[in-house]
Design a protein around this ligand. Structure first.
Ligand SMILES: Cc1ncc(COP(=O)(O)O)c(C=O)c1O
Length: 437
């Protein structure tokens, strides 16, 4: 069958960003009979034994409890499973001195600050389409990404692709140390009456950047003036999975929707996203969810409530998950420092969090896609950077000069892959020697 598709059908039946590249990667791996690859493209977290044990223990506890039938044999509320909502409320009120409430006093909707979703990706879909897109008056409300590059998944969330608009960053470059950092360019960033919502990840996938508390509060203040919600994608933030390698404080506020995910805390298969925000905003997202999906898996929610209530999820996050990836990043950085030519303008983004490293080879004489193909030739797979600039209009050579490198491989794989990457870089540059500093 080949049915005619609606505008939304056409839009949503296409893969965007990194998911399009993944197809090429899967085919490469499948057709590579006998050839070994080091795959540094994965966003799938490593299965760490302590993390797996935590989820096993929570599952055993659920199976042994009277609650089991109620959890898996019944539908529940679209807002989420009550024990998980209460666990998040208690944890966040205590940890951050908030006074959020979960189920609402006397079931009043106006008191409900929490929504549980099937993964956090769905939250961005609800948010981008509830606050962005065409209004009933026909005006276009933009979905603003204030600091590009950012999460490739934002590229596919809006049913109105023209709504998505991203802003070029300012670059802070440390030439001597071969490091750099993106900063929001407040001289360019526009949050106006045409803005529907703002979204950014903190820590950032793909760059590992962490916007400072001040930068976040500046963006939130600009948005508040226009009554615009700000979705802060905290998929890598503390308290779980705590994949921040630098100090950061989650920010809350009237127009901030703090969006969390349990995927990088070992539960990607169970699809748990958590939104904390103003009850009016939460209610809009909840209705969207009722229409789209009814609710998230209650099994996942039940085991998550146990992991949070016991304190073990927060503990394992800081003691196991964070050090695992931070160490990988240190190995990667040290290997690049040793192997990459010092006289070449290559820069690694400051590794402040998440599970990726972001490499920029300034004035790379070939495109990032060609560089990706060259790397494949030597058995290394990483993701071309140009897929991480959703919504950024206009030519900018920098978009074709970067590479995302996953920290999910083993330490020795990372060392070998970075040695090979350095060789490929030298070989590409030797064909264009004027690049040397
Ligand atoms: C920054 C960021 N946001 C959101 C997601 C989606 O996560 P979830 O599994 O909660 O839908 C990811 C997944 O990799 C991510 O990296």
């Amino acid at each position: 069958m080949n049915p005619a598709l609606s505008q939304f059908g056409t839009q949503m039946s296409q893969l965007t960003g990194v998911r399009a590249i993944m197809k090429d990667i899967i085919e490469t791996l499948k057709n590579s009979a006998g050839k070994e690859f080091i795959n540094l493209s994965a966003g799938n977290p490593v299965i760490l034994p302590e993390v797996e044990q935590l989820w096993r223990d929570c599952t055993a506890d659920l199976l042994a409890s009277k609650e089991y039938g109620e959890v898996v044999c019944r539908y529940g509320s679209s807002q989420g499973y009550a024990p998980l909502i209460e666990a998040v409320v208690q944890d966040f009120n205590q940890r951050y001195g908030l006074s959020i409430s979960g189920l609402g006093k006397a079931k009043a909707l106006r008191d409900r600050n929490i929504l549980i979703t099937p993964g956090s990706q769905s939250l961005y879909f609800y948010g981008a389409n509830a606050f962005g897109g065409y209004t009933t008056d026909g005006d276009l409300r933009q979905v603003v990404l204030p600091l590009s590059p950012d999460y490739t998944g934002y590229g596919g969330v809006s049913l109105t692709p023209e709504a998505l608009i991203a802003y070029k960053p300012k670059l802070e470059i440390n030439q001597k140390n071969h490091r750099f950092k993106y900063r929001p360019d407040f001289s360019q960033l526009e949050i106006t009456e045409q803005t529907g919502c703002v979204i950014f990840s903190r820590p950032c996938n793909p760059t590992g950047n962490v916007l400072t508390d001040e930068e976040v509060s500046k963006i939130a203040t600009l948005a508040k003036k226009q009554d615009v919600p700000v979705l802060i994608d905290s998929a890598y933030a503390p308290p779980f999975p705590a994949l921040n390698f630098t100090e950061m404080n989650p920010q809350f506020g009237d127009n901030i929707i703090h969006c969390m995910s349990l995927s990088k805390a070992g539960l990607p298969g169970e699809r748990i996203g958590i939104a904390i925000g103003d009850p009016n905003l939460i209610q809009i997202l909840e209705s969207f969810q009722t229409n789209a999906a009814i609710h998230s898996s209650r099994y996942g929610q039940a085991i998550a409530s146990r992991a949070i209530n016991s304190g073990r999820l927060a503990e394992i996050s800081t003691e196991i998950i964070r050090p695992h990836y931070q160490h990988k990043l240190e190995v990667l950085a040290a290997t690049l420092d040793k192997e990459m030519p010092n006289d070449l303008p290559w820069y690694l983004h400051q590794g402040e969090g998440a599970i990726f490293a972001w490499l920029w080879i300034k004035d790379l004489p070939i495109s990032d896609w060609e560089f990706y193909q060259e790397l494949k030739e030597v058995g290394v797979i990483a993701v071309p950077g140009s897929t991480f600039f959703p919504g950024l209009k206009g030519a900018w050579k920098h978009k074709q000069e970067c590479l995302r490198i996953s920290l999910t491989a083993t330490e020795s794989e990372i060392v070998t892959a970075m040695q090979k990457l350095a060789q490929v870089t030298k070989s590409v540059i030797s064909k264009q020697p004027t690049l040397l500093q």
